[in-house]
Design a protein around this ligand. Structure first.
Ligand code: TXA
Ligand code: MG
Length: 352
């Protein structure tokens, strides 16, 4: 374990080339560097060194059967990481890279099993954030990077969130400001007969189907995985994005949702519990007796996506006992927002 964690701030990678070089060297030599991406912060390690991946699992406290996403700086690098690159992969890469899209392919022998959680497939992503790309280039090797949170906690969208979870456990944190999107990448599995959406993200199902035709959807995106079946993305089986307090989603017609939450808040109060409400900004003034957290306007799905994880962390800081959240959504981002809210709540939904 490193003696301390160095924190550096980089807004323009070209202006701070020597700092990026230094961070790249730490990665190349097996150290761990957390860095900003357009989705969430990643915890990077050299994807080709089994020891680096082992360190990533240790720093996050993450089960080692949960595979890591390998980040690259140029599409060509796919050919050394994947045993075969189907045309569909190149089509999706052409449409969405650099950007928040992860592709699952059969892995090549260059990728150690420690990086893929023992699977014979590999997840690859080419991020668009300029600091992330400059760092991967400087490292000169592909970078394995899960979200830079402790296992189970909400993904980090600021360097401060990374400090909360990983300070003292990794070599360096690069602060590049707030993540633009705030939800992790869309994951598409291309190793089966048909392409399958394993994790919804900023790139919507509709955007994907416009490019490659229909995609299958992992049923566990919106429902508790049936007994005995495992979600196709191993990471999706773990309790995830979860605040410390027990969280319930309330879903249904707007006015009924507000009424139900008011009732739940007052019941919690009479039990001597400290309740919190997560809601759209339009409803901020509706819940007396609770700590109220607005995730943004119900009309602005990008803002909701951007703030959700940050708000979950705020409820932790406020030390509340129980959380009631309006089930929020949107259009393009509906599936991604609902998926993250359901996981944060452990799929506990009260329908009204
Ligand atoms: O936006 C993102 O994807 C962020 C940033 C840092 O790039 N990364 C991220 O990584 O969210 P992580 O490790 O928190 O989530 C990776 C997900 C997990 O659910 C994991 O199980 C799944 O991807 N995954 C990785 N490799 C896989 C594989 N070979 N087959 C199926 N699922 C895989
Ligand atoms: Mg994660």
């Amino acid at each position: 374990m490193p003696e301390t964690t160095e924190i550096i701030r980089i807004s323009d990678p070209a202006a701070e080339a020597s700092e990026i070089e230094r961070a790249g060297q730490i990665l190349r030599e097996g150290g761990l560097v957390a860095f900003p991406t357009e989705t969430v912060y990643g915890l990077g390690g050299n994807a080709l060194l089994p020891e680096s991946s082992r360190r990533i699992y240790a720093a996050k406290g993450r089960p080692s059967d949960n595979p890591l996403i390998v980040h690259i700086a140029e599409t060509e690098e796919l050919f050394s990481l994947a045993a075969e690159v189907p045309q569909l992969a190149l089509t999706l890469a052409g449409a969405f890279w650099p950007g928040p899209m992860t592709l699952i392919l059969k892995k090549s022998r260059a990728v150690p099993g420690q990086t893929t959680g023992g699977l014979d497939t590999v997840a690859v992503r080419l991020p668009s954030h300029p600091v992330a790309r400059a760092l991967i280039k400087a490292a000169g090797v592909p970078i394995a990077a899960p979200s830079a949170n402790s296992s189970g906690r909400p993904s980090p969208t600021t360097a401060e969130h990374v400090v909360e979870d990983l300070f003292g456990k990794i070599d360096m944190i690069i602060d590049g400001g707030e993540s633009d999107i705030g939800l992790e990448s869309t994951i598409i599995d291309l190793t089966g007969e048909k392409p399958e959406l394993l994790r919804p993200g900023f790139i919507s199902e509709q955007a994907v189907t416009e490019v490659i035709g229909s995609v299958e959807k992992d049923p566990s995106i919106l429902a508790v995985p049936a007994e005995g079946t495992a979600p196709r993305a191993p990471g999706m089986k773990y309790r995830h994005y979860a605040p410390a307090a027990d969280m319930y989603l309330v879903s249904g017609e707007k006015e009924k949702v507000r009424e139900k939450i008011r009732l739940l808040v007052s019941e919690a109060g009479s039990r001597g519990e400290k309740p919190a409400v997560i809601c759209a900004s339009q409803d901020e003034g509706c819940f007396e007796g609770a700590a109220v957290f607005s995730v943004g306007s119900a009309e602005d799905e990008r803002e909701i996506a951007h703030r959700l994880f940050s708000v979950l962390r705020e409820t932790d800081k406020a030390g509340v006992d129980i959380i009631f959240a309006e089930m929020l959504g949107g259009e393009q981002l509906d599936l991604a927002i609902k998926n993250r809210m359901l996981k944060a709540a452990g799929y506990k939904v009260i329908e009204v």
